[in-house]
Design a protein around this ligand. Structure first.
Ligand code: KIV
Length: 280
């Protein structure tokens, strides 16, 4: 199992792979596949709970799903997202809630969104002995401030601000930083500049690690996905086909077949029925 030191050792040497997971069964599969580390992302609000954004996600949601993932992947490094308003108001909130995530899920690290503005939160949490992953670029908890899900750092000013954010996150003590929806050349410069690892999502293959949302990369929906997503499977068609086949076999009587049923000694059944009839 990797730990915070692995990120330093592997920087520029070997790429690390991260995927999101939100439940026990998936976490087991992720671990079996040898994925280096898991993110219990607050994206669970959208892909697991059907919210239109990550904003309604609560600490209880993150703890519930985070603990299930840790139970399924005991030998994998797990990062749990700090949900909206669990750290924005104060350093004290940030430390208390990061501590709850570690204590109540068993995860190894937390992730929070924001750069220079939230550097004091990162410092306070790392000072408490809790490893932190930063998250800059497109930070979905600020979707309303951005006016939508858009590529970040595309202009001179925006690129400068994004670099400053990354440096502030590193200076504050984070061991890695997620770069979401950032132009490739900018991500390359940031990855070169930082001593900590960059984890890219929509930030090209120059990053030290990559992350994708499980449902996106497995192709759970037939809907259009973001440009940076590659569907490594077509779970949508596979699952819908299986559900249809199940329905059809139930209707035809083909399922359950004899091999799916349990037996009773016919004598016992006959006697039981006789006794019931006689007692009426
Ligand atoms: O919540 C999440 O899944 C994330 C990834 C998009 C990095 O933060």
């Amino acid at each position: 199992m990797i730990n915070v030191n692995t990120f330093k050792e592997y920087k520029g040497v070997k790429k690390l792979t991260q995927i999101t997971a939100y439940d026990y069964s998936t976490a087991r599969l992720v671990e079996e596949a040898g994925i280096d580390f898991i993110l219990v992302g607050d994206s669970l609000g959208m892909v697991m709970l059907g919210y239109p954004s990550t904003l309604p996600v609560t600490m209880e949601d993150m703890i519930h799903h985070g603990a299930a993932v840790v139970r399924g992947a005991r030998n994998t490094f797990v990062v749990v997202d700090m949900p909206f308003m669990s750290y924005q108001a104060s350093d004290e909130d940030a430390v208390r809630n990061a501590g709850r995530l570690l204590k109540e899920t068993g995860c190894q690290a937390v992730k929070l969104e924001g750069g220079a503005k939230y550097a004091s939160r990162i410092k306070a949490i790392t000072d408490a002995g809790i490893p932190v992953v930063g998250h800059v670029g497109l930070t979905p908890q600020s979707v309303n401030a951005f006016g939508g899900y858009k590529v970040q750092g595309k202009s001179y000013d925006a690129a400068k601000a994004l670099i400053k954010d990354c440096l502030a996150v590193e200076e504050a003590g984070a061991f890695a930083v997620t770069l979401e929806c950032v132009p490739a050349d900018l991500a390359a410069e940031i990855t070169k500049m930082l001593h900590i690892s960059t984890i890219g999502i929509g930030a090209s293959n120059v990053c030290d690690a990559q992350v994708l949302v499980e449902q996106d990369m497995l192709g759970y929906t037939a809907d259009k996905t973001a440009k940076f997503v590659k569907k490594f499977a077509n779970a949508h068609d596979m699952i819908v086909e299986a559900f249809k086949e199940y329905k059809s076999e139930v209707e035809s009587g083909a399922f359950p077949a004899p091999e799916h049923t349990y037996k009773i000694d016919p004598e016992d059944l006959k006697n039981a029925l006789k006794e019931i009839k006689e007692s009426k």
